[in-house]
Design a protein around this ligand. Structure first.
Ligand code: HEM
Length: 465
């Protein structure tokens, strides 16, 4: 068992050893008195290196009450799985509740924009859920995703051409803002038939929503975020009520949908479905791609093989989903008194399922600290949840990340991670974590920078690779 560093970015006292798949972190001397009392899920130490904390939670307190958030942290893989697979005992109602209380001034801004989020998908435990979910899966099932591959490849190539030219001219570039963040947004817009807004605006709205509901913003920041979230909601509301949605579009499909009692969806619920899908469908995947790229560039010898070796990019994405998924936690609430992981929980107890840590549970994954892209049970991770609410965008997210990784390795074969001054910025919300910058440099030569683009552009039909 490793013990958490006390508000330090990483367990510096960890003994580094080498396993067959690369370096692993060994045990850390137990020098911290009651370290879990110092756990701060929004603290810099936890955001930068959550693993020692998650190891300690699993080993010492698998069902742990966190006084800072008022949530019960559930950290063992099998306990989390049990919760996800039992929606009668563990309801999804609190999945989208604001983590930081919204003061009256912020509520007024949201109310002026007509903002409301009636239960629709992730926070809906009612019978209407399954039908609404079917509408979503029709747009993101494996067949649709396979058909979307040329779209994903085209957009990836377009974005990388610009990024590559920038690196050639400037010597360095950021793969997050120019590529990872934009690709899923543009893909989603094409798949859902969204045309009347630009990707940068959609990204800004989506990121603001994540920070307002899953972050720890101060009151001034909450007001700024609420203005953006209000704009987002108003745009969605106008799109839904405009009546001009093409019949093949997502909004058109929702307009045709009927609830179990035969009635059409009301306006508020339609907006609520769109709100969640537009956020879930792009921000999370952008975060995944950023982590996938950073980890691949940091792993010795991996980058040159990604474009060539069939299956390697897909396997790397899967291993990143296990070890460092972008959706780090998800919430449930107990419907009645239950026993979980040896603890008795009262009815109405809000739970925080530690998805990120569950991928490193040694009960399930051998050598969990090591990146082993071809480990046999890699798909047993819970990065996409499980059961009735399991992420319907999993196939799209996996495919986009694999295409993005392969395309970047092919178009930018000479780049390497830049050495950065100071701490690199990280997104650290209650449920979302990822690098906010992936700065790369072209290989330096005596005369300047060797162009990043030296390999010919080639379309690869094999999606899984
Ligand atoms: C790396 C990317 C992604 C990750 C890690 C992720 C993760 C998750 C997780 C953990 C849940 C909750 C599952 C549960 O409660 O059991 C979820 C739900 C959901 N996700 Fe994703 N997601 C990703 C991408 C996407 C994409 C691309 C879309 C849409 C295109 C999407 C749409 C949804 C929807 C609609 C739900 C709610 C499903 C329901 O309640 O039935 N997600 N996702």
């Amino acid at each position: 068992m490793t013990r958490p560093a006390l508000e330090a970015p990483a367990p510096g006292t960890g003994v580094r050893t080498a396993g067959p798949c690369g370096p692993t972190t060994g045990p850390v001397p137990p020098d911290a008195p009651d370290p879990l009392a110092l756990l701060n899920l929004f603290g810099d130490g936890f955001i930068r290196d959550p693993y020692p904390w998650l190891d300690a939670l699993r080993a010492q307190a698998p069902v742990h009450y966190d006084p800072r958030t008022g949530l019960w942290l559930i950290s063992r893989h099998w306990d989390i799985r049990r919760v996800l697979l039992d929606p009668a005992a563990f309801r999804p109602d609190n999945a989208q509740q604001a983590v930081t209380r919204l003061p009256m001034a912020v509520l007024r801004v949201l109310a002026r924009a007509g903002f409301q989020l009636p239960p629709a998908l992730a926070n809906n435990g009612a019978p209407s859920h399954s039908g609404l979910r079917r509408v979503v899966t029709r747009f993101f099932n494996a067949r649709c995703v396979a058909a979307a591959v040329p779209v994903i490849e085209r957009i990836a190539d377009e974005l990388l051409a610009v990024t590559s030219a920038h690196i050639d001219a400037e010597g360095e570039g950021d793969l997050f803002t120019t590529f990872a963040q934009v690709l899923p947004c543009r893909v989603l817009m094409e798949l859902l038939g969204i045309e009347d807004v630009d990707p940068a605006t959609l990204i800004r709205w989506s990121d603001a929503s994540l920070e307002l509901f899953w972050g720890r913003p101060n009151p001034d920041r909450q007001l700024e975020l609420a203005e953006l979230v209000g704009e987002f909601h108003q745009w969605l509301s106008a799109t839904v009520s405009g009546g001009a949605a093409a019949s093949g579009s997502f909004v058109g499909a929702l307009a045709r949908h009927r609830l179990p009692d035969g009635t059409p969806l009301d306006h508020g619920t339609t907006v609520s479905v769109c709100f969640f899908v537009l956020i879930a469908g792009q921000s999370t995947t952008g975060q995944l791609i950023a982590t996938v790229l950073r980890q691949a560039l940091a792993h010795p010898g991996l980058w040159p093989n990604l474009a060539q070796q069939t299956g390697l990019a897909g396997a790397w994405v899967e291993e990143v989903l296990r070890r460092e998924p972008p959706v780090t936690t998800w919430r449930r609430v107990t419907a009645r008194q239950v026993e979980l992981g040896g603890a008795k929980l009262p009815a109405g107890a809000p739970l925080l399922l530690m998805l990120l840590g569950s991928g490193s549970d040694p009960e399930v994954f051998a050598e969990p600290d090591s990146m082993c892209p071809h480990r046999p049970n890699v798909r047993h991770h819970l990065a996409f949840g499980a059961g009735r609410h399991r992420c319907p965008g999993a196939s799209l997210a996996r495919t986009e990340a694999a295409v993005a990784l392969r395309a970047a390795a092919r178009r930018l074969p000479q780049v390497r991670l830049a050495e950065e001054d100071g701490e690199r910025p990280m997104l650290g919300l209650l449920s979302f974590r990822a690098p906010l910058r992936v700065t790369v440099v072209g290989e330096q030569t005596i005369d300047g920078f060797r162009p990043a683009t030296t390999a010919p552009t080639r379309r690869t039909p094999n999606l899984q690779g």
